[in-house]
Design a protein around this ligand. Sequence first.
Ligand code: FAD
Length: 567
Amino acid sequence: MPTYTYPEFPYKPPVDLAGHQPPVRKPLVVIGAGPVGLAAAIDARLHGLPVIVFDEDNSVSVGSRAVCYAKRTLEILDRLGLGNFACDKGVSWNVGRTFLDEEEVYRFDLVPEPGHQRPGMVNLQQYHLEEALVARAVEVGVDLRWKHKVVGVQVLDAAQGGGARVALQTPDGAFDVDADWLIVAEGARSPTRRQLALDVEGQVFQDRFLIADVVMKADFPAERRFWFDPPFHRNHSVLLHKQSDNVWRIDFQLGWDADPEEEKKPENILPRVKAMLGDDREFTLEWASIYTFQCRRMKRFRHGRLLFVGDAAHQVSPFGARGANSGIQDADDLMWKLALVMKGQAPEHLLESYDQDRTYAADENIRNSTRSTDFITPKSRVSKTFRRAVLQLAKHHPFARKLVNSGRLSVPSFLVDSVLNTPDTELFEGRMVPGAPLDDAPLQHLGRSGWLLAHVGQRFVCLVFCQGPEGAPLADDLATARALAATVPSVHTVWVLPPNAQPDPTWQGADRLIWDQQGLVAQRLDARPGTCYLIRPDQHVAARWRSFQSSQVLAALARATAQGVQI
Ligand SMILES: Cc1cc2nc3c(=O)[nH]c(=O)nc-3n(C[C@H](O)[C@H](O)[C@H](O)COP(=O)(O)OP(=O)(O)OC[C@H]3O[C@@H](n4cnc5c(N)ncnc54)[C@H](O)[C@@H]3O)c2cc1C
């Protein structure tokens, strides 16, 4: 019995779209209902934008693809309304263990400090995440059109209304739709990228991996386990992950010479799995496929009003779990900017910062994934010998552990070079520099335990750290914040009270007070009374100061929205 039944989403005949001349024009079109297109579309709705999504298929991703969703992605999913789903349905883990032969040589912990809501990673089959994203998209009013294949995209000039003309093929025939803005989220093959002959550069690796998803009841702890040269799969690597529904994902390295068709046959897979799990372990094979991989990206992710996201824009090998994770982070970076531009609240060139921020992040992801892939799949005798020496030394010598690379797993980019940042003019310690994704921390809000990240995001937020122990912000803090609210309603002010200041629930602004009862918010942000942080809608730090002044916040806001700034 398979553990998952693939849904079939309803096809809606395009009576409202087909047969119009000129074609129907839509403000925002997304091509592709994979995890990234869906995340972008949900975010669009949360920003109040109308959005239509076309997908050539009418189900979720088939088989075993993405497994690991990183802490930052879970935090974005929280903002989109799906963080609890991912954590409840998936398998949380923090510890990764690396073995040589059968001996453990290295171990890492993704979240070594307490006081974060989300774990380092959650393992969840991609089809589960996509099904939940589809349900959420429907809930927030995304117009989803299944079995609508995009067969051509033409860039329109200003005389034609700008944007792009999208040619569609459906079971009821072909027609065109015009888009003011077009998000291309159609995956690694990206027909639009090819058709428009847009550059993509990078490296193709010569190796093959077999994926075997097996269903079994096993009490192995929820950890990532990676073996180099284990006795059950000599001269190759093996990776084991626990997913939901008792499905375990095993990746066997096969080498470039392996015949994919032969290797996919159950009679060849089962002995490999048995050699690993032992003859006594009962399991059923749920899915098998072979993958190859590449690390590459488009030169630019923005082409006028065409915005490329996810695998359409960049691809990495799976060893850092950086594909879907970074794609969802693309959407997170893009959508608040696009919303401001589409609403006329920021100039169009704000979107250049999407291109800059996310090509920077893609380079970081490609660099890390390439290094992991080089270590996991060494191509010369010398590099194999070097790897074995590193692994042998790592057991006893800390310096060698730094060189072990069984996958540097997805972490968000610190956008320190973003033109939207206001550089520090005062001294701060710690890692929450302008451009950093804000660290989470526990707090109290309206008498309940909560988390910092739930109070920032979706709009610009000014975090103001107050003096104790009055139980409400100081008169000065209040006056400046009210002045700010009056002039710039798009900035939401939140006051952080120190541990020695119990908030007064009767204060009229109590819902904007967070109580840093354990002092971890101030500690992680190196905040003192008076410190102020301006946080972008995607929860990255835009600016910070040691005291709160409306004029500074306004200037930083202008910079973060590219007003009067040439990008
Ligand atoms: C073996 C493997 C393991 C992986 N493990 C991880 C992991 O652990 N963590 C991680 O983050 N990532 C992982 N990834 C990567 C992850 O699967 C991809 O990065 C992710 O699916 C990209 O999402 P996307 O929405 O950009 O594209 P896709 O998921 O490819 O979605 C594209 C969508 O566009 C639609 N489409 C395509 N062409 C058209 C067209 N012409 N018209 C209309 N619709 C179209 C498709 O039907 C599809 O729904 C892994 C990948 C593989 C292969």
